[in-house]
Design a protein around this ligand. Sequence first.
Ligand SMILES: [Mn+2]
Length: 630
Amino acid sequence: MTDQTFPDVDADLDADVDLNPETEVAIRQHLVQVALGRAPADTVLRVGRLLDTGTGLWRDNREIVIAGKRVAYTGPAGSWPGTATTRVDLPDLSAVPGLGEVHKHIESSHLTPEHEAALVIPRGNTWTCEASHEFSNVNADRTLDFWLEARRRGSPLKIFPLPGSAVPPTAYEHGGGWLGYDAQRDFLDASRMVAGLDEVMDWPGVSDPENPSHTRLWGMIRATLERRAVVEGHAAGLTDLPTINAFSAAGISSDHEMWTAEEAMDKLAAGLFIELRIHSLSEMVRGLLDLGLRDWSRVAFATDDRSASDTLKTGATDHNVRTAIAAGLAPEIAVQCATINPARHMRLEQWVGLIAPGRYADIVLLDDLDSFSIHQVWADGRHVATGTDYLIDVPCIDWPDWATKTINVGRALVPGDFRIAAPSGRQTVTAALLRPFHWADDFLTMDLPVQDGAVQRDADRNVTKFAVIDRFSGQGAVSKMFWLGCGPRTPDTAIACSMAHDKHNLWACGSSDDAMALAANTVADMDGGWALVSGGRVLATIRWEIAGLMSARPAEALDRDMQALLTAAEGIDWLYEPSFNPRWQPGFPERLAWATLTCSPWKWCLVAPSDHAPEGLVNVATGATHPVVW
Ligand SMILES: [Mn+2]
């Protein structure tokens, strides 16, 4: 071989965190020389077999040649003509690509990105499309700074941010982030890690030109389509064919909210990419198989939301794959649904989704396929996990105030903030009531007693009080009303939390105004999280100091606090009534943090006070408002 000089590779091959063109070209020029055997590789990894996700076929006795963080070559063992620093032989293991999340809110792990990596990479998840409306609703301007920082410090989890379309979730929610055309254009131009636009959920806003969110939403869609990026969707309750077709015609490319296989088939036929979530995954897989789905390339699995505690218990993306295999999906197809299918959909297949040249050397090594048992994981070309042990250091990030000081109630709350006054001279009033996941066109009503001019709860009829506290403006505004079937029956007890999907104000629910004030103040004083109080005492807290949604600590430490809260909650008598959502269960109302959603198919909601809705009760589909008592 002649002594040739190679094209200058003058970029820092490790500076690929933004996939910027200079670095990307330099990396690929280098990979060309390695693949041809003209430049040395770092590692040659030999495996018993490798799943080619492009064909769905296993290739026996393969070698994977790694240079830097990328794959330079794959082929039969011994076929690469070059030399390498290190050789690793794993003849008993099966290699599949690093698993990807097409739609996940990492915020719902309640871990910051560097600790999320330590939790999910050992479970096979090496890349994640981050659906960022949660963090963006708290601090929109810092969306990319937050999601890319850990990678910039060497974390091997590739996070592809999708800034939130639901920022704000509806035109009737204020404070915190606000995103429109300019912001989305700037995000997409700032980093090639930005894959598109997070789930478009406000269908009334998209489809009704009179809706106050119409211009903002179409501005974000336009900025995304102009740059050939991906518009993700959320089409809960949109099941009739005209609406499904209109949803797809809008350029919204996916849905993860299907409830039946028939609905999924209709949405596939309308050109939507379908993303199956764990709580219905088994039935959906069986249903789609029964309906004869032959091409699964437009199907992926979406975690959407999974707490660190649940991930420690059941698994991460590997749990999704395992569940699909157990439901009868061929293991190879199940792996494709968590690798190349989402990668293609998100236009990322040049970097992830398959073990092939140019892509990141993210490799999951299985010791058993049917149970999807992971022996070890490689990411960015390094062996980073064995079993569930994460082998590399977690970057220590000293998150600045823009991430840690996001609870701005502006004052200490007092019991009077939660008092609901009756019109003068009344012994009873009619009250509007909601209950968790109340998707009906009308709110409920009930006559409630008045005492000392204040409308009273009625535990005997499962009626408690629920409040949303503005945590962004510093005005300390509080909206409150009566809810049915949730919260503590135990006297003088309350629960409060700074995760209130999707606007993430502060919510509190309790059997006394004193307890609600104590719980809400406790959450505000610790920069966010959960507080359970009773009899004037704080029984348990979980601190989420980052955006009031996450914590910068290991999953195991966070889980210990979660278990302590659940244990304390066992000592409380909780109200319960079945709701519109089959996932609403008796006991500690953890899912109350989801009951403040305002996306489709919600109608009447309680939001923080605004000029439009001073008491906070608003129909987010029509903009109608109503007093909470009359
Ligand atoms: Mn979602």
